[in-house]
Design a protein around this ligand. Structure first.
Ligand code: SAH
Length: 391
């Protein structure tokens, strides 16, 4: 693991706990607005409307997030526009790299002290950003580090978009070893339940997929929204007619176990949630991804593989098995490799496309929420949160 030298932590900087305040939404940022609303905002600030396009080209086209680097803007305009349209939303607390620089994780502090994480993952043919949609999460899945923290608040549209613009800038700088210098995919698999922050996540998706300078110009197909299975929101998503990829965190094919692993199952059962996922696939023509974290002796039995195979046979779906990344203090562990292989074999035998997710970023607490959880624990244990950075 490498600790990157970008961290603006100083000995006199207060730790994460003392800077936490009442959760509140951040100030407005240009990424909260579409281009028309940005024009209206700059004119209200006494600037000509064309500045909206100028700012947008810097931010979305050139990935410049700091108004001081926008040197073609007069100094007076820069000052006026910074406060109102380009406030700092994300301050890096830690930045970690592993896998020889191909995986980079950033822990951010938001304006109210809340902590969220983003991960950048480089592959030979693509670079993917994994972003957070909420600070904390209210879904309480017992194997997930974020689920243990509870929900702090929803992120704003711009807090979501700014994670991606930042990571796209890192990719463009060539820092992701062995990958193209262009961010091409975004997965909503960081902290939070994206469909519980529905309107902001959908607007963020629009911003990410509208061509520059209004947005980042990514392909809708290259955006994945991952959900625990909030059925009404899944149905609402079908009606948006977006062609984003839907991932459903199933983790168990039977209600008895899923009620425990994904507590929202007590409200919307396996059959109902799969129905909504299949309807999404049918309406969009996009294969849904069924996420299944394999947990030793909990959900990895051959009969559960067979039941899952039966439920998914002939459907526009594939299974993405995730070796469990144990959270600190958890009683659960990943399944042994032979058990995992047998699970894969049975699913494939049932005609269901199955892949095993690579275990990127394990060394840097790559799984959902683990870095923020670590930060909170360390800070609570006596403000030691920055010790690692100082070494
Ligand atoms: N709330 C959304 C998205 C965030 S988590 C959802 O649940 O889909 C992204 C994926 O990581 C989910 O499938 C989640 O269940 C899984 N995950 C969470 N903690 C994990 C862990 N400790 N090990 C393996 N996968 C985990």
């Amino acid at each position: 693991m490498t600790i990157l030298p970008l961290i603006p932590t100083s000995p006199d900087q207060p730790d994460a706990v003392t800077t936490r305040r009442r959760p509140s939404m951040p100030p407005r940022h240009l990424a909260d607005l579409d281009l028309e609303a940005r024009k209206a905002a700059v004119t209200t600030l006494g600037e000509p409307a064309f500045r909206a396009k100028q700012l947008s080209t810097h931010y979305f086209g050139r990935l410049v997030r700091d108004v001081d680097a926008m040197t073609d803007l007069p100094a007076s305009a820069r000052e006026r526009l910074t406060g109102d349209l380009l406030p700092t939303l994300l301050t890096p607390v830690r930045e970690l790299a592993c896998d020889d620089g191909a995986t980079r994780k950033t822990l951010w502090r938001l304006h109210d002290g809340a902590l969220v994480e983003s991960v950048l993952m480089g592959y030979p043919d693509r670079v993917t950003a994994c972003v957070s949609s909420q600070a904390g999460c209210g879904m309480a899945c017992p194997f997930c580090a974020t689920g243990q923290q509870g929900l702090t608040r929803n992120l704003s549209i711009a807090e979501i978009v700014d994670q991606v613009v930042y990571l796209a800038g890192v990719a463009a700088s060539g820092a992701v070893t062995g990958s193209p210098p262009r961010l091409s995919r975004v997965v909503f698999m960081g902290m939070g339940e994206p469909l519980a922050n529905y309107p902001r996540v959908i607007e963020a998706v629009r911003r990410l997929t509208t061509p520059a300078p209004e947005g980042l110009g990514l392909s809708q197909r290259h955006i994945t929204v991952s959900t625990v299975g909030l059925v009404p929101a899944m149905r609402r998503l079908i009606a948006e007619e977006l062609s984003v990829t839907l991932a459903l965190s199933l983790h168990a094919p039977d209600d008895d176990l899923r009620d425990e692993l994904v507590p929202v199952n007590q409200r919307w059962k396996v059959a109902e949630v799969l129905d909504a996922a299949f309807d999404y696939a049918a309406r969009t023509g996009r294969r849904v991804s069924i996420e299944y974290a394999l947990i030793r002796d909990v959900n990895d039995q051959p009969w559960r593989a067979d039941l899952l195979g039966k439920l998914l046979h002939g459907k526009l779906a594939h299974v993405n098995l995730i070796p469990l990344n144990p959270t600190p203090g958890s009683k659960w562990d990943a399944s042994p490799k032979p058990v995992e292989r047998e699970f894969v074999r049975r699913l494939r035998e049932a005609g269901v496309a199955t892949t095993v997710r690579d275990t990127r970023g394990r060394e840097i607490d790559g799984a959902c929420g683990q870095l923020a959880a670590g930060e909170l624990t360390e800070a609570r244990a006596g403000g030691a949160a920055d010790a690692e950075v100082a070494q």
